[in-house]
Design a protein around this ligand. Structure first.
Ligand SMILES: Cc1ncc(COP(=O)(O)O)c(C=O)c1O
Length: 403
């Protein structure tokens, strides 16, 4: 079990109060979580003691090199990667995915097919759409009305021209966890690259890229208690085969060859501390085991709260929940619509109750359009993170019941 009070005491922002003395309830995690003190300290310590560019002979530069390699090492353990050279760092997931798509567009040929899904965030659609300019076909997998992908459609669309599948592990809009393991099985023994967007999955479940057998996986640390950076895992030796955009003066090999310019070293220090924070919630013989155990506890706690929220909202006459129930694995992200108020109006009322929630399509625009929710202004999204308490959820249920 997670010690929620202990966790909450580590997050300075959870003590912020409004003019009435009420604390803020952060249910905006899918847009970016709050950050524990050790992450904030890591970032400020970097500027106090280690601030420099990389690859110099002097102490702060050597420190910075160590920050970067230590982060790559920890991120590789966090994702279950082969080694630290599989981990590239970027400004965010979107930028890395655009760079990767551009690199891969030089490997693919006219008539090749790349499969994407209608449930995905635009960051895992838009970059692949650009390949159309090269005559590469972009094939879209349908989203069903129940908020799940149409796996029959998926199977039908994989053929001899398929060169890549780019799919999300879970939906940031409605919490569906996709059956990426089934899709991986469909392409067993085929030469099809398999890319996963783990941005909304990584805050809630542990990831083992070797076990999944994916070629690429992307995530963003600001969704799991860290600062704003993106990460790309690439299977050993694969990135070296991809012609990424390079300055001649930059390193031409993996994992650096998809990184551009000077990275945010202080944020990198913060991300290392965010992974340390997650591992500190678990028990085990080594760092990986602690991370895995921490995620078991996190997902258990988050599911408890989210299923209570889901059931309570479902019982309200004026609310309809959008997205799957908790009978199968899903993230603790509960989205809904109200029968007369728009999602934005609901968020304004929640904000008056000091509850942070998001409304709209959350860049999963096609999914919201396919579900015909764009016309009514999208959906309200409540996302649960490891620091949320049952009291916060009860207060949120009470606030929504009174609307
Ligand atoms: C599922 C998913 N994929 C991709 C992204 C884009 O991530 P980034 O902001 O790091 O570019 C987001 C951001 O919300 C997301 O939720």
């Amino acid at each position: 079990m997670l010690d929620i009070n202990k966790i909450r005491s580590q997050f300075p922002s959870l003590s912020i109060k409004n003019n009435n003395g009420d604390k803020i309830i952060f249910l905006d995690g899918p847009g970016g979580t709050q950050v524990p003190k050790k992450v904030i300290d890591g970032i400020s310590d970097y500027y106090k003691f280690s601030n420099a560019n990389t690859h110099g002979e002097f102490i702060t530069s050597i420190d910075t090199d160590n920050v970067m390699s230590s982060l790559r090492k920890k991120m590789s353990i966090f994702l279950g990667a082969e080694h630290e050279n599989c981990i590239s760092i970027g400004h965010n997931m979107t930028t890395l995915n655009f760079s990767l798509a551009r690199g891969l567009s030089k490997l693919f040929k006219k008539g090749d097919e790349v499969i994407i899904t209608d449930l995905d965030h635009e960051a895992n659609r838009g970059p692949w759409m650009t390949l159309k300019e090269k005559g590469i076909k972009i094939i879209r997998v349908n989203l069903l009305n129940n908020g799940k992908l149409d796996y029959k459609d998926f199977k039908r669309k994989i053929n001899d021209n398929t060169v890549m599948i780019a799919m999300g592990m879970s939906s940031n809009a409605i919490g569906t966890v996709n059956d990426f393991e089934y899709v991986k099985k469909l392409i067993k023994n085929k030469e099809i690259l398999f890319l996963l967007d783990a941005v909304h999955y990584a805050p809630h479940f542990s990831i083992d890229v070797k076990k999944i057998g994916c070629d690429f996986l992307l995530c963003s640390s600001y969704k799991f208690y860290g600062p704003h950076l993106g990460f790309l895992y690439t299977k050993t030796d694969l990135l070296d085969k991809i012609d990424t955009d390079r300055l001649v003066v930059q390193e031409q090999n993996a994992p650096y060859k998809i990184e551009t310019g000077t990275l945010n070293h202080a944020a990198c220090k913060g991300v290392e501390k965010a992974i340390d924070f997650i591992s500190s919630l678990g028990e085990g013989k080594n760092y990986r085991e602690k991370i895995e155990n921490a995620y078991e506890k996190i997902s258990h706690h988050e599911k408890d709260l989210a299923s209570k929220l889901y059931a309570s909202l479902k019982s309200l006459d004026n609310i309809s929940i959008i997205g799957p129930d908790f009978s199968n694995k899903r993230t603790p992200t509960v989205s809904f619509i109200h029968n007369s108020l728009t999602a934005n109006e609901i968020c304004k009322i929640l904000a008056d109750h000091n509850i942070c929630a998001w409304d709209g399509h959350f860049y999963a625009k096609t999914a919201i359009e396919n579900l015909e929710l764009d016309k009514i202004g999208g959906i309200t999204r409540l996302g649960i993170s490891c620091y949320n308490s049952i009291e916060e959820i009860n207060k949120t249920i009470e606030s929504i019941s009174r609307i």
